[in-house]
Design a protein around this ligand. Structure first.
Ligand code: CO
Length: 496
């Protein structure tokens, strides 16, 4: 293992921390400051979500994951870019804005004596709608895993309200922030469908409900399964036959949470002596038996992709040795990356006949936010695109875009160090291209010197920047987003 001293740092920690300053202004404007040329064939809208407000009334929140969701829309056509950002008008955001003070303490909620575990995700939490945003019929959905989605108008990002997906969700039921879009579902005659889940943890175990919906949001299939134990499961992967979950052996100590010393997420400790469970839930009626395999995976937030090949099932995931969290009551802006375990890309291969599991660390580079060509979700892929650290080893902020190549090993890295910090790269296929990497990667770059954000458009083949569009202000580090082939613009604005 390479141990980096502070002089080897690829970044200035103070410049990095500025990317967590709130952005309270909502705007809509043409972006004219563009290096290079936006490809004329890039036609559609990139929607992104993330915590935009990280303090209220001058008091910082405890963790960026608790920040209010702010949606950004980058509308691209004819080589031009129109940008908009708006807050999701959640009940908590509206109330705290009116009061100009923090009324909720992150995920600190009501105490239900004797029932804390049963009601963990039923507590009166602030639904912050900050994790992902997806197109859903004629609407957008802003997602946060512990509650219902908020529907938005995709043209102007106005909040329409909480949405039960036409009754697909039961009252108060959560909708995870990580839907997977199956590009061709053979249950639906080859049409694409959204696959998502809802978790409910009780004293006896956890109920995982799978929801599959068409692109207009119509519910196609819904089925629930009981699994033993507590599940802190942020993401899933899919194949044509399965929804795949990793369940780490995590213990939840509710006392600091109930007393208000810590957020619920900080009360998790991982039993590193116990294996993680790889859980396969069948997607096809009658939704048969849930299969579970013990694996050594540590803790996982995100999966890159999964696929089936003969009787083998392969999952590529970002694994941590332990649940990543701050130690010793540190402010998140003062985090010392070197003291935290990096996320690393691993491949797990399950033999579905024998149950044998093989695992392999694919590279030592610290990484997160994996993505791939949307046509290959659940199918065999060669490339994954990730946010990654500048150096090949050691934990650090994400400053590079990494194209991992399953055939040639390490692949390519495009670093924006020392002053650039990247977000999730989103792959957009180039019209007519047939190669798996025939397209562009869109990522939001934060510049720690200028304190501005830039939309970087890279050629996915070689990671060369094609265009860098500079906003005259910054967008705080975000989480997830989606590309949509339709161009959305507010009323009165057009590409002409
Ligand atoms: Co996520």
């Amino acid at each position: 293992m390479v141990v980096l001293t502070s002089s080897d740092r690829s970044y200035d920690p103070q410049r990095w921390a500025r990317g967590y300053q709130s952005q309270t202004q909502e705007r809509g404007q043409w972006i004219e400051d563009i290096q290079g040329e936006i490809p004329a064939a890039l036609h559609g809208t990139l929607f992104r979500n993330g915590p935009g407000r990280l303090e209220v009334g001058g008091i910082p929140i405890g963790h960026p994951f608790d920040g209010d969701g702010m949606i950004c829309a980058f509308s691209l056509s004819q080589g031009r870019l129109y940008f908009q950002n708006r807050y999701v008008q959640t009940a908590g955001y509206v109330a705290e804005t009116a009061a100009n003070k923090i009324l909720y303490r992150g995920v600190f909620g009501t105490k239900k004596p004797g029932g804390w575990l049963a009601n963990l995700f039923d507590l009166n939490l602030k639904n912050i709608a900050n994790t992902n945003v997806i197109p859903w019929g004629e609407k957008l959905l802003a997602l946060w895993e512990a509650a219902e989605p908020h529907a938005l108008d995709p043209h102007n990002l106005e909040t329409l309200g909480l949405d039960d997906l036409d009754g697909a969700l039961k009252p108060g039921e959560a909708f995870s922030a990580h839907p997977r879009l199956d590009p061709t579902c053979d249950l639906d005659g080859g049409s694409p469908c959204w696959v998502n889940f809802s978790l409910k943890t009780g004293l006896g175990g956890t109920t995982i409900t799978i929801l599959e919906c068409d692109l207009n949001g119509k519910l196609l299939r819904r089925h629930s399964h009981e699994i033993p134990g507590f599940a802190f499961t942020h993401d899933c992967a899919i194949t044509p036959n399965y929804v795949i979950f990793f369940q780490s052996e995590v213990q939840f100590n509710p006392l600091p949470y109930l007393l208000g010393f810590k957020g619920a997420g900080e009360c998790l400790t991982m039993r590193t002596d116990r294996p993680t469970k790889l859980i396969l839930i069948p997607r096809k009626p009658s939704f048969g038996e849930v299969k579970t395999y013990p694996i050594q995976a540590g803790f996982v937030f995100h999966h890159g992709n999964a696929f089936e090949e003969g009787d083998r099932l392969v999952v590529d995931s970002i694994c941590y040795d332990e649940v990543p969290q701050l130690k010793g009551g540190l402010n998140f802006e003062q985090v010392d990356f070197a003291t935290l375990a990096p996320g690393l890309l691993w491949r797990f291969t399950v033999n579905l006949t024998t149950g044998a599991v093989d695992r392999r660390c694919l590279d030592r580079r610290c990484c997160e936010f994996p993505s791939l060509h949307p046509d290959l979700v659940g199918r065999k892929h060669r490339y994954l695109y990730l946010g990654a650290a500048h150096h090949p080893e050691g934990n650090a902020p994400l400053q590079a875009i990494w194209k991992w190549d399953g055939e040639q090993g390490e692949g390519l890295v495009r670093s924006f160090a020392p002053d650039g910090f990247v977000s999730e790269p989103i792959f957009v296929p180039e019209p007519g291209a047939t190669a798996e990497d025939g397209g562009w990667l869109l990522t939001l770059l934060y510049d720690g010197v200028e304190h501005t954000s830039k939309l970087a458009i890279l050629d996915a083949r070689n990671l060369n920047p094609v265009a860098i569009a500079r906003l005259p202000y910054h967008i705080p580090y975000g989480l997830h987003g989606h590309w949509c082939d339709r161009v959305y613009l507010p009323q009165g604005v057009s590409f002409g």
